[in-house]
Design a protein. Structure first.
Length: 330
């Protein structure tokens, strides 16, 4: 099951790489709920993230997320400063992402801060920095089943309900194409499937690729056709040049060939034909054919015989003579 899931996630991250240009190490914006969940399930931040995205990660904590964490944390009575909570990893593990939303650079709401980083320009929803969002639902109220629980619930303003805030963050992130979302579901770190907005972009990209593919194959075909045509032309020309090697051009070849094939022919002539080197020089083609004939002489012999008997082939007598020594050697 685990292997299956990791393979699925690797594929998913590969799609983000192809479609949106994600590259390792992946920058992961980690929110306060995610840190709390990871800690509550006794997971280490970086290994948990890297297992999920199947690659190297660079986790980041925004200044506003840090402010939210510290605001929730009890203050040290002696120093009057908030105690660093156990679920907040040291800056060496989780560096701070500086964000300035206002001239005073006062921290803003965590969700607003994260959304402003995921989609910097309000008109064009685009995750320019290739951030992954790692979030979680806040600890569920029934985790602490005290009597105070019901009272707490009543006190919470619906717009400020942490669960709703967490859910609104995720749905808003899904609306931005190309935002991988990691979240903790029970004790498992999940990589969400691509959102519909991401899928639209991916499918658009794939359609473009498909078009390019079609064009490529079309040009490929054209090239192949051109090559074939060229080959046909070449063949045609060859045919025009040497229409029948056994007929008109033989005397010309007889003049040309001995210089090229003289050595071979002499050797063969010494071996098989002692008496008639002139006849072999007479026709280079005939010599080659005889060579073939020695490989499969039975068929050749029959043809020559029929050629002899019928006598209708112009090159018949010559061939028959050329094949004769082969017959004799048997
Ligand atoms: Zn911020």
């Amino acid at each position: 099951m685990r292997a299956k899931r990791s393979k699925k996630y690797r594929k998913l991250m590969h799609q983000y790489e192809l479609t949106f240009g994600f590259r390792e190490p992946y920058q992961v914006l980690v929110d306060s709920n995610f840190l709390r969940a990871v800690h509550s399930f006794k997971m280490d931040l970086i290994p948990a993230l890297e297992r999920t995205v199947q690659g190297k990660v660079k986790p980041l904590l925004t200044k506003c997320s840090l402010a939210a964490i510290m605001a929730d944390s009890p203050t040290n009575s002696r120093t009057d400063k908030p105690i660093r909570p156990a679920h907040l990893p040291p800056p060496t593990v989780l560096p701070l992402r500086h964000c300035s939303h206002n001239p005073e650079s006062t921290p803003i709401d965590e969700v607003d801060c994260l959304m402003s980083l995921l989609s910097p320009s309000p008109d064009a929803k685009k995750n320019k920095e290739h951030y992954i969002l790692a979030t979680s639902d806040p600890p569920t109220p029934h985790e602490d089943k005290d009597a105070a629980n019901s009272k707490k619930r009543k006190r919470v303003d619906p717009s400020q309900d942490p669960l709703r805030r967490a859910q609104s963050l995720r749905s808003a992130a899904r609306a931005i194409p190309g935002v991988p979302i990691i979240y903790v579901k029970r004790s498992v770190v999940i990589l969400e499937p691509m959102s519909t907005s991401s899928e639209h972009v991916r499918d658009g990209v794939e359609r473009d690729k498909f078009k390019v593919g079609i064009q490529a194959t079309a040009t490929g075909k054209r090239k192949r056709e051109e090559e074939e045509e060229a080959q046909k032309k070449e063949r045609g020309l060859k045919r025009a040049k040497g229409p029948n090697p056994l007929s008109v051009k033989k005397p010309k070849k007889a003049k040309e060939d001995p210089s090229k094939q003289g050595l071979k022919q002499k050797k063969r002539n010494e071996q098989s034909k002692n008496g008639a080197p002139g006849e072999a020089n007479h026709n280079g083609d005939g010599e080659e054919r005889r060579e073939d004939g020695e490989g499969a002489h039975k068929k050749r012999k029959r043809r020559h015989k029929s050629a002899k008997t019928s006598g209708d082939q112009p090159g018949g007598p010559e061939k028959a003579e050329a094949a004769a020594p082969a017959e004799a050697t048997e």
